[in-house]
Design a protein around this ligand. Structure first.
Ligand code: GDP
Ligand code: MG
Ligand code: ZN
Length: 317
């Protein structure tokens, strides 16, 4: 009899699996044929077989999606998680300061992975209006990324902090298998703790410093919160996009892609000095002209960066 389960932690050879039909986590090794050509990761659905007291992973169920980077050298996928319903991009609005470029890069990834995303603006209790948050939210909502302004520290604040309450966010997560991305210190651990309603308590940075034995994750792991599951993965905190080839980048900017397709020029760099470029012909919707301009400048920055990486590699090879 084969037992359906989900991988919660993936180590080199050993995998922590949660059996679907029981509230039980078991450790299992994988059959050699399963490991052939696959790295098993957190979020993978597998089939187990029980022999005595030992469990063995005998099958990997096809993934609905993969959270990955490409290895720059051999172009092979490095998968860190699988089967995610939602990517949570977390940012702080105080310390560390909000960085548009970082969030744009994470957003670009979610389009590459083809997984729906939301942005959580955390630490709203400390927000000093030092950037135009409404403008930022318009940029993301225009590409289908819902935004939430919350405080993980004061989740019960009844009046909320603007867009989407903590409760709305919990509703959004209901029954999902999510993955959370964000720079260190933005409050990911605290968010998970608060969102779980006390179900799990993760060590936040300050406790770690006081020497209470902080739990630092070095691999992806699934965390069971009562009403949803979430993967906290240090492996993808890097927001560099240097594994994306320049010609593909535009595909991960769904707001810019249709405009770029109407551009008369092949390989147009969309510079304002280029007469006839679709981005400057006045043909763009005035309602979104400001956010498109801002997104285009972000696109160009990333393009410059990944083009540099490419020429550097070419020189080496
Ligand atoms: N004021 C305030 N501080 C927060 C909030 N969320 C997290 N923090 C603090 O920010 C620091 C980093 O939080 P942590 O959860 O460890 O961030 P992580 O590195 O992304 O997991 C800790 O000192 C938290 O107490 C918040 O909503 N408001
Ligand atoms: Mg953390
Ligand atoms: Zn152009």
């Amino acid at each position: 009899m084969k037992i359906p389960a989900c991988i919660y932690e993936a180590h080199k050879k050993e995998f922590l699996c949660k059996i679907d039909s029981e509230n039980k986590t078991v450790s299992a090794f994988a059959k050699r044929t399963v490991l052939k050509g696959n790295q098993l990761v957190a979020g993978d659905k597998v089939l187990l077989e029980k022999n005595g007291n030992d469990y063995q992973i005998v099958d990997l169920i096809d993934r609905t999606n993969e959270i990955f980077r490409l290895n720059v050298r051999d172009r092979k996928k490095r998968v860190t998680a699988a089967n995610c319903d939602l990517v949570i991009i977390a940012t702080s609005v105080s310390k560390p300061p909000y960085k548009q470029g970082v969030i744009d890069r994470f957003a670009t990834r979610t389009f590459q992975w083809d997984v729906p995303a939301i942005v959580i603006f955390n630490k709203m209790d400390e927000f000093q209006n030092d950037f135009d948050i409404d403008f930022e939210m318009r940029r993301f909502e225009n590409i289908g990324i819902e935004c939430f302004e919350v405080s993980a520290k004061y989740p019960e604040n009844p009046s909320g902090f603007g867009r989407g309450s903590f409760k709305d966010l919990q509703k959004k997560l209901l029954k999902t298998q999510a993955i959370i991305l964000g720079q260190s210190g933005v409050g990911k651990s605290k968010l998970i703790t608060s969102l779980s309603g006390g179900e799990v308590i993760l060590v936040s940075n300050e406790i770690g410093r006081s020497g209470k034995g902080s739990h630092t994750t070095t691999w992806s792991e699934m965390i069971d919160c009562r009403t949803f599951r979430i993967i906290d993965s240090p492996g993808i905190r890097s927001f560099s996009l240097d594994d994306i080839v320049p010609e593909e980048l535009i595909n991960f900017f769904p707001d810019l892609l249709p405009i770029s397709l109407t551009c008369r020029f092949n390989n147009c760099q969309h510079e304002s000095s280029t007469k006839g470029c679709a981005f400057y012909g006045g043909g763009t919707d005035p309602q979104t002209a400001d956010i498109i301009e801002s997104r285009l400048s972000s696109y160009k920055k990333i393009m410059e960066e990944i083009s540099e990486t490419l020429s550097w590699q070419k020189k080496r090879n």
